[in-house]
Design a protein around this ligand. Sequence first.
Ligand code: NDP
Length: 234
Amino acid sequence: MSRSVLVTGGNRGIGLAIARAFAEAGDKVAVTSRSGEAPEGLFAVKCDITDAAQVDAAFKEVEDAHGPVEVLVANAGVTGDQLLLRMTEEEFTNVVDTNLTGTFRVVKRATRGMLRARKGRILMISSVVAMMGSAGQVNYAASKAGLIGFGRSLARELGSRGITVNVVAPGWVETAMTLAVSEERRQELFANIPLGRIGDPEEIAKVVRFLSSDDASYITGAVIPVDGGLGMGH
Ligand code: NDP
């Protein structure tokens, strides 16, 4: 059955791999991008998730094209790395406003239709650093850890309505977000990953798709690591 799927930040990186995985399975997929440009073969809506009015407008466009969103993948996110002592309040709140409050904005808007339909799948993309911490990333790690409390609380709120809420925690995945890492730092990081390599965006996409499928009907409130063993199951 073809479902209406929305992937935030689905124009590139992990989000694009997720969007393509759903499209290949026959779902009606919409992605958001801040430019409004669509990746080849996908339907795109312009949306900056730091702006609730843009979120609402994007959902209206998706609803008109594909019907109410049945699967939401809250994937859009940013980093703004800096050591705490040098981090400005703005650098902290900008990252939280996108990764955590931005997810709040899209999830809140998506639940409207899901509650009416009494079914839905919500997936949030967190990170292994939510559990492990990461020097230079107090803003990012706090925002990603926040998604876990958010997701688990929402799983409790929506479980009786047939809506599941799960969090995927990727490890280190090759995208624009990680390209800047030096070769030396890569080798250090590989040493801590039992599988000894960086992840592929498709490896995240497959897990997200599974969690949105009927096969995952009894999974909610879970945090699923996809990190080559880096977080040892946390
Ligand atoms: P990219 O930098 O490649 O992509 C980030 C995406 O988020 C882009 O589509 C971007 O859109 C979108 N985005 C950023 N800010 C906003 C905003 N304010 N409003 C709407 N969209 C926005 O990163 P990845 O693909 O690597 O990351 C995807 C998710 O996975 C993120 O949440 C990230 O934190 C998480 N993650 C990534 C890991 C990795 O190793 N790569 C590891 C763990 C988690 P635009 O094109 O408009 O900028």
